[in-house]
Design a protein. Sequence first.
Length: 70
Amino acid sequence: MSAWEMVNRHVEAALAEAATTGIPAETVASNLITEAVRILKASRPLQDIRAELQFAIENLEDRDYEFMRP
């Protein structure tokens, strides 16, 4: 099992539990970001975390990168 598969399984379970208790998925997502930053702060410099978050922000839009196609 990959790290992504493990995390995805837990995220899906959290979203399902939240749905049964009336907690919006957006609230779960916001809390996941907070927890991810907390975990990263324990072992990575703030500049690295900032760069990773900035990369995610800059790539929020779904784009078709023709140069990346096989």
